[in-house]
Design a protein around this ligand. Structure first.
Ligand code: 3PG
Ligand code: MG
Length: 397
């Protein structure tokens, strides 16, 4: 972390502090349905506010393509943020120009203001220097607390960090710290669990992980493609037939890198893709033509748990089965609970993140037992792929 300036290095009192946060939270009409990202930024906001800084929040919401629209307004999020923060959060209906400047001019030290969706301006995603300059005018210093948006080289995540003195907020710091401990400088052996539906979406990730981890457990729909690549008949299971050679290449790469690959040895199979569908357990060699694999089976769970007991570090992305359809969440739940238990016993450092992973671990009641749960989706995946995250790079002193 030494290469990043943090809030400890910032003079905050009386300063206009532009803070990039990730308020891209799930909403149902105007209600926030999961406030994790809001909760995570509170320490940074409180620290700046209590030290007398003016907290000016920059954030995106959704993926608007044609300027402002009601569905992608951050206004309802300001209300939710204010509740969680326990302090008023003012809102400005534009993130630049006179509207933003006037709202900022009214601020007292310690106040919090949320500016409207940065993506309402085309310059945001283009990282347009003119738009960057407009944003930079509004502040004296810049703090980035949005690791989960750091894979985007946008004006408010990357460009602005070059225009103002830039600092990492405490969530950004925590994320980087946890991810570094999990993959860049881990205690070995390291196991990675990668699940999810498709090999095609995780090719780079698998290619990078086999070089970095000691054991790679492949689950979810993508495991079927690997089983098929080994000549097994996976029936009606989700399987990317055009990627069998790619799957074989990944297995070869793993062998060269001395990374042990674990694939399911048994599975829960059903004829229908629905909750509580009639199902049975079978070895992966005996899946019938009209059956599909929807979860790993008990032998696989026991085998993975046994391996897990011998590792020091775990990185987890993606569920083992169709976890949204009970009972096909059984495998994910069992392994997640085992990981949480080992972590609580102080025997394992466990980090999880990306897309469905957090909801799967929450559903398993295991998320709290993990060492760290990243709030990042795409940024977590890009980090697992070994990519440089532009929003992080721009913070390096
Ligand atoms: C996310 O929700 O993963 C981040 O906020 C980034 O959003 P984006 O994928 O629309 O850039
Ligand atoms: Mg996303």
């Amino acid at each position: 972390m030494s290469q990043f300036k943090t809030l400890d290095h910032a003079q905050l009192s009386g300063q206009r502090v532009l803070v990039r946060v990730d308020l891209n939270v799930p909403m149902d009409a105007s209600r926030v349905t999961d406030a994790t990202r809001i909760e995570r930024i509170l320490p940074t906001l409180r620290e700046i506010s209590s030290k007398g800084g003016k907290v000016i929040l920059l954030a995106h919401f959704g993926r608007p393509k044609n300027g402002p629209d009601v569905e992608n307004s951050l206004k309802p999020v300001a209300a939710a943020l204010s509740q969680h923060l326990g302090q008023p959060v003012a809102f400005a209906s534009d993130c630049m120009g006179e509207v933003a400047a006037a709202a900022i001019a009214k601020m007292q030290n310690g106040d919090v203001l949320l500016l409207e969706n940065t993506r309402f301006h085309k310059g945001e995603e283009k990282n347009d220097p003119a738009f960057v300059a407009e944003l930079a005018k509004l502040g004296d210093i810049f703090v980035n607390d949005a690791f989960s948006a750091a894979h985007r080289a946008h004006a408010s995540t990357e460009g602005i960090a070059h225009k103002l003195p830039a600092f990492a907020g405490s969530t950004m710091q925590q994320e980087l710290d946890a991810l570094t401990k999990a993959l860049d400088a881990p205690e070995r052996p390291v196991m990675a669990v990668v699940g999810g539906a498709k090999v095609s979406s995780k090719l780079e990730l698998l290619g990078n992980l086999v070089k970095k981890v000691d054991i790679l457990v492949i689950g979810g729909g993508m495991a079927n493609t690997f089983l098929a690549a080994q000549g097994k008949d996976v029936g009606k299971s989700l399987c990317e037939k055009d990627l069998l050679d790619t799957a074989r290449d990944i297995l070869k790469g793993a062998a060269e890198a001395k990374c042990e690959i674990i694939l399911p040895v048994d599975a829960a199979v059903a004829k229908e893709f629905k909750a509580h569908a009639a199902s049975r357990f079978t070895d992966v060699d005996h899946v019938l033509a009209d059956e599909m694999i929807l979860d790993i089976g008990p032998k696989s769970v026991a085998f993975i748990e046994g391996k897990l007991a011998g590792v020091k570090t775990l990185v987890w992305n993606g569920p083992f089965g169709a976890f949204e359809l009970p009972p096909f969440d059984t495998g994910t739940n069992a392994v997640a609970q085992a990981a949480a238990r080992l972590t609580r016993e102080g025997r394992l450092l466990s980090v999880a993140g990306g897309g469905d992973t957090v909801s799967a671990l929450n559903q398993a009641g295991a998320a709290e037992g993990f060492t760290y749960i990243s709030t990042a989706g795409g940024a977590f995946l890009e980090w697992l792929e070994g990519k440089v995250l532009p929003g992080v790079e721009a913070l390096r002193a």
